[in-house]
Ligand binder design. Structure first.
Ligand code: GLU
Length: 502
């Protein structure tokens, strides 16, 4: 039998990190076993579902490159099927009509009946405590025929338990007594979540349900529905929760943008890096390795490798740029630094375009320079945004000077105010005679430094700050060469940074 799994988000918000991880694990499992990865939009909560959410979920999946097989199923399209399943269970006596009015019961007898049963149970809630549970079929039919509204509830047996062998958590059991006679169909005919999920999973021939551990209780309820329908349930694999840094619950409401996929896309994360990061939130191949290509993830993924303990998402709520202790940012930097340059360039181009730093020559005459420059500066970058932020000085004359860098590398050495323009003159004279290469630059800067009786670092750091606006970056000799002779001279002579602090 072909393995068929599904990702079944409710379109009530953007794609958040927990859902994205669920989607990824389903995807990896399907691809690992050569099965199908299906997508079902659970849009039955009419009040909360929006098309915008559906779109944003699809965007998020597309960004992560989690391509689904077959047509997308919209749960709301199947409502009739859900209703007929509920009616079938009703006809077979496995479900019953509950005529309890929506508001407080006004029927004195019903009220007294409830109060009396509560007394008899001595406060312990009896889940089978519904006055309509054992109504005769005739009376139930008659009341329905007379137009009295009713919900349909599953008639859960009094004794026994549901049990299943979870692929992650092992044997799970729950006494029937702990589960209420769950509503399958509301009095307005609206099918409820658990019924809809079971019907759709059966219809879509799902073999493995891989979803968050927060669905464990639902799984027991769904198994009751499978049993009533006489269908063997699929295999279940529940995923550990993803917790906030304080080990509290991660929530869209509380943590907002920080848990949204679009935040990472917009912050300059590479989908490949973020996918790699997500894969390790609750799964490992049992080895030290942490950087995995998609192919490797597919090859190594297994349900056995899923952890039982909760994962923690270590974000820094107020400033994504400070996530340096977070694996996600580290991983993104690793990808940026080590991926084949030709794979990185297509991501850098739109970033520079958005920042209005792109020039068509970079695809043409200056292609060589552009590639060398990206290769040089990517070594210390964390996100794609860095190419247009810290990297700005490589592509534009209009770049900012970091105040701390100016203070530390320029203001502290007042002599530099005349020395650096002097170095510019020296460059002008020397590089008329010889080529402007790292080696030659080094010789010129070294002899200049000796003449001034200062340290090489003082000259280099000062020049770095004037040339790039910041205090750190790649080897300064490479920076000189990359910026080019003409711009180097101009920037060393420029008083802009000095004037800003004067
Ligand atoms: N729609 C549910 C959710 O978004 C998932 C249902 C399931 O995977 O069975 O949490």
């Amino acid at each position: 039998m072909t393995t068929r799994v599904r990702f079944a988000p409710s379109p009530t918000g953007y794609l958040h990190i927990g859902s994205a991880r669920t989607a990824l694990f389903n995807y990896l499992y399907a691809r690992h076993v050569g099965g199908k990865f299906l997508l079902r939009i659970e849009d039955t909560d009419i009040a909360r579902s929006t098309e915008e959410s559906t779109r944003s979920i699809l965007d998020g999946l597309a960004w992560l490159e989690l391509e689904h097989d077959e047509e997308i199923v919209f749960q709301s399209d199947n409502a009739d099927k859900h209703r007929s399943a509920a009616r079938k269970l009703l006809a077979e006596g496995k479900a019953y009509r509950d005529f309890t009015p929506k508001a407080e019961p006004t029927d004195q007898n019903v009220k007294e009946g409830i109060a009396e049963r509560a007394r008899a149970n001595q406060g312990v809630k009896n889940m089978r405590d519904n006055p309509y549970r054992d109504l005769s079929a005739n009376e139930s039919d008659a009341r329905a025929a007379a137009g009295e509204p009713f919900a349909i509830r599953l008639k859960v047996a009094e004794h026994g338990r549901t049990a299943f062998d979870d692929a992650v958590y092992g044997i799970q059991e729950r006494e029937y007594a702990d589960t209420e006679d769950l509503v399958l169909l509301r009095s307005d005919g609206h099918p409820l979540y658990n019924l809809a999920v079971v019907c759709d999973d059966i219809e879509m021939q799902i073999t493995h349900v891989i979803r968050g551990q927060d669905h464990l209780t639902n799984t027991h309820k769904q198994i009751l529905i499978y049993e009533a329908l006489g269908v063997t349930p699929p295999t279940f694999a529940h995923l550990p929760l993803i917790m906030a840094p304080n080990k509290g619950k991660l929530s869209k409401r509380k943590h907002g943008e920080v848990v949204s996929m679009t935040t990472y896309r917009d912050a300059g994360f590479l989908a490949a890096a973020f996918r790699n990061f997500l894969a390790l939130l609750g799964w490992s191949a049992g080895e030290e390795q942490e950087i995995y290509s998609l192919e490797e993830l597919i090859q190594k993924f297994s349900l056995e490798g899923i952890h039982r303990s909760n994962a923690v998402f270590n974000f820094h709520e107020s400033d994504p740029r400070k996530w340096t202790d977070d694996k996600a940012i580290w991983m993104n930097a690793e990808y940026i630094r080590t991926m084949p340059l030709e794979d990185l360039l297509p991501f850098v181009k739109p970033e520079l375009k958005t920042a209005k730093l792109w020039r068509e020559e970079y695809d043409d005459d200056e292609r060589g320079w552009f590639e060398r420059t990206i290769d040089l500066i990517r070594q210390r970058f964390f996100t794609l945004k860095d190419f247009s932020a810290q990297g700005r000085a490589y592509f534009s004359e209009d770049y900012d000077f970091d105040a701390a860098a100016v203070e530390k590398n320029l203001v502290k050495f007042p002599d530099l105010r005349s020395w650096l323009p002097e170095l510019a003159d020296r460059f002008e004279a020397e590089f008329e005679k010889q080529r402007y290469t790292e080696e030659n630059i080094e010789t010129v800067v070294k002899s200049f430094t000796e003449e001034k009786g200062t340290k090489l670092g003082v000259i280099m750091n000062g020049a770095r700050t004037l040339l790039t606006g910041v205090a750190v970056g790649p080897s300064m000799l490479a920076v000189f060469e990359t910026i080019g002779l003409e711009k180097t001279i101009m920037r060393l002579k420029s008083q802009v940074a000095w004037n800003a602090v004067a």
